[in-house]
Design a protein around this ligand. Structure first.
Ligand code: FMN
Length: 400
């Protein structure tokens, strides 16, 4: 890997995740933005995800002679060049027509992997065919409304396995859809409500609009036939549902049984749940509140992390997502016990603003920021990161 150059870039253009966020806001219509950037109810969980990081400061050292060069980690048996992978996000085609395929291609160009959503705007097969590496896939556990069986879920697992996906991430924090009222107010309900004003708003983003009409990457081809989407959605609703509050650990065991490879449970915040998942055969746990899109008032992932890492860290992988916007956030998460993190909105900002090249740049921004943070701390290797490098902010340090 090329050595890092810790120079301040003279590049004109976006340099940070927040820069991309501003560009993304201008690039897509209000409906797409509402889906991307808002959360549930009063968005307290979203806010908690962000503010949790500021509650820790670094206890750096000097003259250590250390420089962080190698940021690579292994997740689910696959090597990635930095401890950041891309979280599953639905309907990426709404942000940019190249959708999940473009995101996965950008991830592999940047030396990492993408977790492809069940409700992506490209099918598992399309992403697999368009990429050189095998990526990971995310499963929503659908259930057949009539028989209560797992036919659709099992067929998705079989298809992902056949297409070469390396690891399965089962998302368990959507027993019902979170109350994303801000999203609904802007027409992004289920089904979306299209008004003349919203069509006009879309047309005012001509670059987005033309590609949107040309490619129409908005449905979920894993579960819906792209042609005749409206009829297919109605038929699907009568037969299957993704939101079933009655799912239990027995259902999780069924999925474990049918997936031959690393399996992660995504959406865990309680150490008891993490331990249970590992007891039932999970390779790892994603400590996550779905980016604040589900339960408002949820604990921040970062705050749930230490107890979970303490409980299962010696026998399973621990990933964290939610609110990560800087390399220093990644380093704090690793100090508190994460093996790696996932980012959601940051790469969607890159995608909305600049397509796959934007995603690649976002990953490079994280790489530079992580390396620089560690070197400034006096840390040379990810293995050295632990709680001894952190101090809770605003703590009064005893004078001895
Ligand atoms: C627009 C959007 C769509 C999402 N869709 C999914 C999904 O299909 N499956 C899933 O497991 N998580 C989904 N998530 C949650 C992400 O996987 C991840 O947990 C979250 O984005 C992390 O928080 P961050 O956006 O602050 O990085 C979605 C998140 C966003 C922002």
């Amino acid at each position: 890997m090329a050595a890092f150059k810790y120079q301040l870039s003279n590049r004109i253009g976006p340099l940070t995740v927040e820069d991309y966020r501003k560009l993304a806001r201008r690039a897509v219509p209000d409906m797409a933005w509402a889906y991307l950037d808002y959360g549930a109810e009063d968005m307290q969980t979203m806010e908690a995800n962000r503010s949790a990081f500021a509650r820790y400061s670094f206890k750096r050292k000097v003259l250590t002679g250390n420089e962080a060069r190698d940021l690579s980690v292994t997740i689910g048996g696959e090597d990635v060049s930095l401890p950041v992978i891309l979280a599953p996000t639905g309907t990426v085609g709404l942000q940019h027509w190249e959708g999940e395929r473009g995101v996965a291609q950008a991830a592999e160009r940047a030396g990492t992997l993408s977790v492809v959503s069940t409700v992506g705007s490209y099918s598992f097969e399309e992403v697999a065919e368009g990429t050189a590496r095998d990526h990971y896939f995310q499963l929503y556990p659908w259930r057949d409304l009539n028989s209560g069986r797992h036919d659709l879920t099992l067929s998705l697992i079989a298809r992902a396995q056949a297409a070469g996906y390396k690891a399965m991430f089962v998302t368990v924090d959507v027993p019902v859809i979170g109350n994303r009222q801000t999203e609904r107010q802007r027409g992004m309900g289920n089904p979306p409500i299209i008004t003349p004003a919203r069509v006009l708003n879309g047309a005012m983003k001509p670059k987005w609009w033309i590609k949107f009409l040309q490619h129409q990457r908005i449905s979920s081809p894993n579960v819906i036939d792209r042609r005749g989407a409206a009829a297919a959605i109605a038929a699907l609703r009568k037969t299957y549902t993704m939101m079933r509050p009655e799912l239990t650990w027995d259902d999780f065991s069924v999925m474990r049984e049918h997936w031959d490879g690393p399996l992660y449970i995504k959406g865990v915040l309680h150490a008891d749940d993490a331990a249970k998942a590992v007891d039932l055969g999970a390779t790892g746990v994603v400590v996550s509140n779905h980016g604040g899109r589900q339960l408002d008032g949820d604990v921040a992932g970062l705050d749930a992390l230490p107890a979970i890492a303490a409980r299962i860290g010696d026998r399973a992988e621990v990933l964290l997502d939610g609110g990560i916007r800087r390399g220093s956030d990644v380093v704090k998460a690793l100090c508190l016990g994460a093996d790696a993190v996932m980012i959601g909105r940051p790469y969607l900002y890159g995608m909305a603003a600049a397509g796959p090249a934007g995603v690649e740049h976002i990953i490079e921004i994280f790489r530079q920021e992580i390396a620089r943070t560690m070197t400034l701390m006096g840390v040379g290797s990810l293995k050295e990161l632990d709680t001894s490098w952190l101090l809770p902010s605003n703590t009064v340090v005893p004078i001895d």
